[in-house]
Design a protein around this ligand. Structure first.
Ligand SMILES: C[S@@+](CC[C@H](N)C(=O)[O-])C[C@H]1O[C@@H](n2cnc3c(N)ncnc32)[C@H](O)[C@@H]1O
Length: 325
């Protein structure tokens, strides 16, 4: 790797950590030495001076910790850029209890191609786990971006969309005919709508439509406990879901809703990504699929391709489910 490439990589890795809200960075002395004034300038230009982040700031508390840690890493080697301190002072004066923040997910290492999601840091808010992006949402979106032909010109429905990262990413990148993001919680549905507005700002302006994005993106209340109430005209080619297999009490309702969609379309393909926190729960889901006479395949997904996720965690599985004819 050339010196320029090494330098760019140090700055890019820091930018990506900041955008996704991660403090898990570490600079070896030779990497810290790379962070001279000009490279600190490049870092602030790509983060706090970037218009996207000014419109949709990341969490205050996280920002403070990030800048303090970065200053600690660099200060033995270089003068610290004025903008670092100015920004820290600005954060100190701000109310720090903002429940919602924005995370910026970089696609394909390209900081011009970002999905911005308004979400919280909390695992449960108002009784729902849907107010943050979970790891399985990243793995499923990454699988979709690596298999775009599966999704091209297809009608997609997402179950348990949460804040909407997977559905929005697929809508932007996979040339769909349409997509409906669904969930059972009103606050979650409102947040998905906001995230669609953020990521498709021109959607309502037909003169200025984004050529690469699906214009037919919708949000709908869908509770798996009411599978019999599915709209007649909702007939997807593909059903997706990320991190929806975690509560033993909803496995049968989840299977019922999958079955209702199979009843409308024999050729339906279902893709469900899971983080396996409890092996018994996951195995019960597999048994429920067999009991309902669905056929499933475990899809190979060893490493991150277009989206970063923790590929060291092997307790995960993405399933393709079809009807057993
Ligand atoms: C762990 S979150 C996953 C959210 C998102 N897919 C992700 O991976 O970031 C589970 C989601 O399933 C939704 N959910 C749970 N039970 C549901 C039900 N009975 N009907 C519809 N959605 C449900 C929750 O509201 C929540 O948004």
């Amino acid at each position: 790797m050339s010196l320029v490439d090494k330098t760019n990589k140090v700055v890019l890795d820091l930018v990506k950590c900041y955008l996704k809200g991660s403090l898990a960075f570490h600079l070896e002395p030779e990497e810290a030495k790379v962070m001279c004034w000009d490279n600190q300038q490049a870092f602030v230009n790509a983060t706090i001076h970037n218009q996207l982040l000014q419109n949709y700031p990341v969490n205050n508390e996280f920002s403070k910790l990030f800048f303090k840690k970065l200053i600690d890493c660099i200060k033995s080697y270089h003068e610290i850029h004025d903008d670092f301190y100015t920004f820290l002072c600005f954060l100190m004066n701000k109310e720090s209890l903002n429940t919602f923040c924005h995370r910026h997910y970089v696609l394909n290492n390209d900081t011009r191609n970002i999905i911005t999601i308004m979400e919280t840091n909390n695992m449960v808010v108002n009784g729902t786990t849907g107010m943050r992006t979970w790891e399985a949402a990243l793995t499923l979106a990454d699988w979709a971006l690596s298999n775009k032909d599966v999704f091209a010109h297809k009608k997609v429905v997402e179950l348990g969309s949460g804040v909407g990262f997977t559905g929005i990413t697929i809508a932007k990148e996979c040339n769909l005919e349409s997509i409906v993001l669904t969930d059972c919680h009103n606050d979650v549905l409102k947040t998905i709508k906001r995230n669609i507005e953020i990521n498709f700002p021109k959607l309502n302006n037909s003169d200025d439509a984004q050529p690469d994005a699906v214009s037919n993106i919708d949000v709908m209340m869908l509770d798996w406990n009411d599978a019999e109430d599915l709209k007649n005209n909702l007939v997807p080619d593909i059903l997706i879901g990320a991190d929806i297999v975690y509560d033993p009490s909803i496995l049968q309702p989840l299977c019922n809703v999958i079955k209702s969609f199979f009843d409308k379309n024999d050729l339906l393909e279902v893709y469900i990504a899971s983080m396996i926190r409890n092996v018994d729960t996951f195995n019960s889901f597999l048994e429920a699929l067999e009991y309902n006479e669905f056929k499933y395949f475990k899809l190979a997904q060893e490493n991150c391709v277009f989206i970063e996720w923790d590929d060291n965690n092997k307790q995960r599985c993405t399933l393709k489910i079809i009807k057993n004819k």
